[in-house]
Every structure is written in C-alpha cells, then in structure tokens.
Design a protein around this ligand. Structure first.
Ligand code: UT7
Length: 331
C-alpha cells in the first residue's frame, strides 16, 4: 500500500483589507467587540468583480503546484471544497480544471463547509493509498463577502467571515512519513444551526423575486450553540486521531485548527494543555475563511519554517452540518 504526503502548498487572498473599524462604518459594531469575542482584526473582502471562488482557487493551486515541483499535467484528480461556489451548478472543480488548462481528469466538489478541507484530504488520502491516483490537487476557496448581511442585523455573522483560497498537492510516497490518519464525523440534527437555507429546490427562483425580505438567503448562525459544540468536538476528534496512531497530546508539534474564532482555538489549547508554539493561528489577519482556512494557515506555518521533517502536524475542523474531522500527519 502507498502512503500519501502533502508535497506542495499555496494560498491566495484578495488585496482588499477590511479592518474592524471599516466594518463599524457599515453597521453598529466596534473593534473592541470583534477583537474581544473573535480575535479578528482584519479580513480580506473581494472588491474586484472578476475575482471568483474558482479563480482564487486557481491562483492558490498554481502556487501549490509550483511548490510541489511538478507540472500541472502531472495532477490526476481535483478536489474542490467550498460553500460559496461560482455557480449553483456545475461545481467549481471543473472551473478549476478549465482555468488551469489541464487534461480531462476527474474533478470532485466537496460541500462540507468548515470541514471541507479535512474531508477533501481524507478523500485524497484514500485514492492515493489505493493506488488510483499519484498527485491530487485539493483546493479550499471561499468568497463570503458577496453573501453577507452587512447591516447591523447580520453583524454577529458578517464580522467573522473573510475571503481567500488555499491549496495542497497530495502525492503518493514510499516514505514512512505522510498522512497517518483522517477521521470524519457529522451530526445532521443540527443542520440548520449554521446554514444558508435558500435558494433551494424547495424555494426556487420565483420566490427569490417575490420575497426580498426573506432572511433565509443570509447565513444564519446560532453562535453560542455552535461555539459550545465546536470546543467539545475539536477535542474529541483530535484525541481520536492521535489515539489511532498511538500518539499522545505531547507528540503534537503543531496543531492547526480551522480558524473559526480565536477564542475557540485558545479554549482547545487550554484544554489540551498545549503551549503557544504548538498551536498556529492567523484568524487575526484573515477572519474565518471556512474551507480555505486550514490550507491558508498550513501554508503560512510551513512558509514561516514552523514545520520540520518528522513533525507531528494535526489539522482539525468543526462547522456547519454539523461536520467535524481531523488529520494527523507525520511531516
Ligand atoms: O466556522 C464555523 C464555525 N463557527 C464558529 O465556530 C463560530 C462560533 N461562535 C462564535 O464565534 C460566537 O458565538 C460569535 C463570535 C459569533 C458571537 O459571540 P457571542 O459571544 O456568542 O455573542 P452573542 O451572539 O451572544 O451576542 C452577544 C451580544 C448581543 O447583544 P445583547 O443581546 O447582549 O445586547 C449581540 O447583539 O453582542 C451583540 N453582538 C455584537 N455587538 C457588536 C453580536 N454581534 C456583534 C457585533 N458587534 N458584531
């Protein structure tokens, strides 16, 4: 059996920086409130109409392919994770294939929101372990800014989310090092606690036109409830991943949690008794970029030389669905 390994990383964020003070001009909020409750200082919001989710994903992918030192035609499968696709259908994976101008390989879209990158990594890992593919391109990309309620009514959601894209090349290796495990979970009974309900097949186009005040076109989040579930599930799934490989919390070189809220990361850090240098956060700069948050953070950590050969890197995510998951990697 083969093992899979992350061989290339890259990310792209739009140039336009939106600070907490900028938001306080749009809605009743403040830098104090946002900083204290979320740790976020800035986020990127697309202001160039030409920039789409698939195009940002393409820019991140080009960097990851260059970092892997392979030719784009060596990629033999695409996995695209997003909750904010360019189109209702087709998915963004085929648009990435078109943008990259590569041969007619398979392209799969993953709809698992904040856990999308971990779900995608798990799929890539299985395909590579089975010998079906050698180099898989996994992209997480989101444009949240176009779909947020930026009035005071939507402030508890809109201040959190940012736009961005991250990508990884996952390749087959004969080395002992690589992805040791992935664990995935869901609990659909809480599907509506963090969701955008419409448009949907039950609420089609005629409704959109006639129902301008309907709030179900905006993202809804039961913030406190999501927070409480997140801290429990993060801890469980991190421990589940470590136990599978007979590892302990002390073995973690670097934990990269999905950047949902700095307070969530700090809570997990405290519960697991990890030092500051064992947990990587960059939500302060980019906000919560959902499926893009882990690959952006992983790329930044890697480019800052915070990850060395043989390190145990743990990725973990929780979000809408609810879905959650972890990946344990020996670098
Ligand atoms: O990535 C997917 C997973 N998502 C998450 O993990 C997010 C989890 N949840 C959270 O991060 C937090 O629940 C939030 C940051 C979203 C909200 O923080 P909170 O401490 O749960 O605040 P809250 O919603 O309970 O609101 C507290 C108060 C309310 O005012 P009253 O009713 O106490 O007068 C809100 O109206 O803060 C008010 N508020 C705001 N004030 C200023 C809510 N949003 C804002 C805002 N600026 N942006």
């Amino acid at each position: 059996m083969f093992r899979s390994k992350i061989t290339g990383l890259g990310f792209f964020v739009p140039e336009n920086i939106v600070s907490n003070d900028d938001l306080s001009k749009l809605m009743e909020t403040s830098d104090d409130w946002i900083s204290e409750r979320t740790g976020i200082k800035n986020r990127r919001w697309v202001n160039d109409k030409k920039l789409t989710t698939s195009l940002m994903g393409t820019y991140a992918a080009e960097k990851a392919i260059a970092d892997a030192g392979i030719d784009k035609n060596d990629i033999d499968f695409i996995i695209f994770s997003t909750l904010s696709p360019d189109y209702y259908f087709p998915g963004s994976g085929v648009l990435l294939q078109r943008n990259l101008g590569i041969k007619e390989i398979g392209a799969l879209d993953v709809r698992n929101q904040c856990s999308g990158f971990i779900y995608g990594l798990s799929i890539a890992d299985q395909y590579i372990k089975s010998g079906m593919y050698k180099n898989i391109l996994l992209v997480g990309s989101e444009i949240h800014s176009g779909g947020l309620d930026k009035s005071t009514k939507g402030r508890s959601v809109s201040v959190i989310f940012g736009d961005g894209a991250g990508a990884a090349v996952i390749s087959s290796t004969e080395s002992e090092n690589g992805i040791l495990s992935t664990h995935l979970h869901s609990e659909g009974k809480y599907a509506e606690e963090l969701a955008v309900i419409k448009p949907a097949t039950t609420h089609w186009i005629d409704k959109i036109k006639s129902d301008q005040t309907d709030e179900s076109y905006w993202p809804y989040m039961n913030g406190n409830f999501v927070f409480k579930n997140a801290v429990v599930r993060f801890e469980q799934v991190i421990k589940e991943g470590l136990e599978y490989s007979n590892l302990n919390i002390d073995d973690i070189s670097l934990l990269i949690p999905h950047q949902a809220n700095l307070r969530i990361s700090q809570f997990i850090q405290k519960k697991l008794k990890l030092s500051d240098s064992q947990v990587f956060n960059n939500i302060m700069k980019y906000g919560n970029t959902t499926a893009a948050s882990i690959p952006i953070a992983l790329t930044e950590a890697y480019q800052s030389n915070l990850i060395k050969k043989n390190d145990i890197v743990v990725l973990a995510a929780f979000g809408s669905g609810f879905t959650w998951g972890s990946a344990v990697i020996k670098w």
